[in-house]
Design a protein around this ligand. Structure first.
Ligand SMILES: *[C@@H]1O[C@H](CO)[C@@H](O)[C@H](O)[C@H]1NC(C)=O
Ligand SMILES: *[C@@H]1O[C@H](CO)[C@@H](O)[C@H](O)[C@H]1NC(C)=O
Ligand SMILES: *[C@@H]1O[C@H](CO)[C@@H](O)[C@H](O)[C@H]1NC(C)=O
Ligand SMILES: *[C@@H]1O[C@H](CO)[C@@H](O)[C@H](O)[C@H]1NC(C)=O
Ligand SMILES: *[C@@H]1O[C@H](CO)[C@@H](O)[C@H](O)[C@H]1NC(C)=O
Ligand SMILES: *[C@@H]1O[C@H](CO)[C@@H](O)[C@H](O)[C@H]1NC(C)=O
Ligand SMILES: *[C@@H]1O[C@H](CO)[C@@H](O)[C@H](O)[C@H]1NC(C)=O
Length: 321
């Protein structure tokens, strides 16, 4: 009798517990999820491994610097390693962008011991082993690391690090609103890289540029092309007679020119990494990017693969050599 009663007692207690659990799941779920989420978030920041992605060299100009920064940042997030970036690089990029790397990620020092640091010199090769190699080993990047695959998984985080300074955006907005009836026309940024590329590499053909312009004009009708270039004198001579073209002022800094590209609705880019970054940072994330696909013929580029350099959402026109 007593035993049976105890058994019933247990059944009743179990039922009460079940009901309590049921209600707590219904009513407490959001809180539980929130706690779990913040636990995961905290855990994520404290489970960084004892490894560091190191970027010391301040090579190249803006476009190349951005590739190096982005690759180091992407690899540190992918491998859960700390990130050491030469403070001079952060200071310099910080003049143009609202860089705000989490303190938990940043490392103030790094090991110079070659036993623990794998140093990789890379220009443009996609080396899958850097994702999968010994995770406890630190990695020092040298070279330009012009491969979008090292950071594309972290595109949103990267875009947050590379938001232009307000003073730059203000100046660009001022320029765009004065030169364009924005409500009426689609803005297509056009980057024309010349300068040293005329002698050391190559420049994109005018045939390509005009075909790309026609493409946008046919698709969107009323289009204003906003030209950004390291050779504005040439651009004045070649394009200024067209009434749907504006050229950024020669007083614009490289960062202001880059922000101008990013603030257009779509982009046409020629050779070089500067235009590439203007297109990658387009504020209109579904904006179209037309790129010159012709391979560069510099010894540096022999091993570069098209599919490692150009993001999958960039497009190309046929027959534009
Ligand atoms: C956890 O991190 C995600 C993404 O980083 C964020 O959206 C979310 O608000 C964070 N949650 C908490 C509770 O901190
Ligand atoms: C790191 O990147 C590789 C290659 O894209 C991917 O397979 C892997 O899941 C990534 N790891 C993390 C932790 O994101
Ligand atoms: C590492 O070595 C470089 C030169 O090889 C030196 O400039 C730097 O100060 C060293 N860093 C540390 C943390 O020892
Ligand atoms: C990974 O690297 C650490 C430090 O360099 C080393 O002690 C360890 O033996 C390595 N593990 C493998 C599997 O190579
Ligand atoms: C803006 O559009 C008006 C007509 O709608 C035109 O008269 C004017 O020239 C345009 N301004 C610029 C800067 O394109
Ligand atoms: C430009 O847009 C305004 C309204 O936003 C309109 O009144 C005007 O007619 C348009 N001009 C042209 C040239 O399409
Ligand atoms: C952004 O890009 C999409 C897709 O290409 C396009 O339809 C849209 O008009 C663009 N936004 C603006 C403001 O031009």
């Amino acid at each position: 009798m007593t035993t049976v009663f105890s058994g019933e007692g247990i059944k009743i207690v179990s039922a009460i517990v079940l009901i309590a659990v049921y209600f707590s799941v219904i009513y407490v779920k959001p809180t539980v999820l929130h706690a779990l989420q913040s636990w995961k978030n905290t855990t994520r920041s404290i489970t960084l491994r004892q490894c560091t992605i190191i970027l010391r060299k301040q090579d190249g100009r803006l476009g190349n610097r951005l590739f190096m920064f982005a690759s180091a940042y992407g690899l540190s997030l992918n491998r859960s390693c700390h990130l050491y970036i030469n403070p001079a690089i952060i200071t310099e990029l910080g003049q143009s962008f609202e860089i705000n790397l989490p303190h938990s990620l940043l490392s103030k020092s790094y090991s110079n011991d070659s036993k623990f640091v794998e140093k990789i010199d890379n220009h443009c090769s996609f080396l899958p082993h850097v994702f999968y190699s010994n995770y406890t080993c630190s990695l020092e990047l040298s070279g330009y690391w012009q491969v979008y695959k090292y950071f594309v998984d972290y595109k949103q985080q990267l875009r947050r690090q590379l938001r232009f300074k307000q003073s730059i955006l203000d100046r660009v907005n001022d320029f765009l609103s004065k030169t364009n009836n924005r409500s009426n026309s689609t803005l297509v940024g056009l980057h024309i890289r010349r300068g040293d590329f005329l002698s050391i590499r190559r420049v994109s053909s005018l045939k390509y540029i005009f075909q790309a312009m026609s493409y946008f004009q046919m698709k969107y009708g009323l289009v204003t092309f906003v030209i950004v270039s390291d050779d504005k004198v040439y651009c004045q001579k070649t394009f200024a007679h067209r009434n749907n073209v504006v050229i950024t002022p020669s007083s614009f800094s490289a960062a202001e020119d880059l922000a101008t590209l990013a603030m257009c609705d779509h982009a046409i880019i020629t050779v070089g990494t500067f235009g590439w970054w203007g297109a990658f940072l387009l504020h209109n994330e579904s904006g179209e990017v037309i790129s010159d696909s012709k391979p560069d013929h510099s010894p540096l580029d022999v091993k570069c693969r098209h599919e490692d350099y150009f993001p999958y959402w960039f497009s190309f026109l046929n027959k534009t050599d």
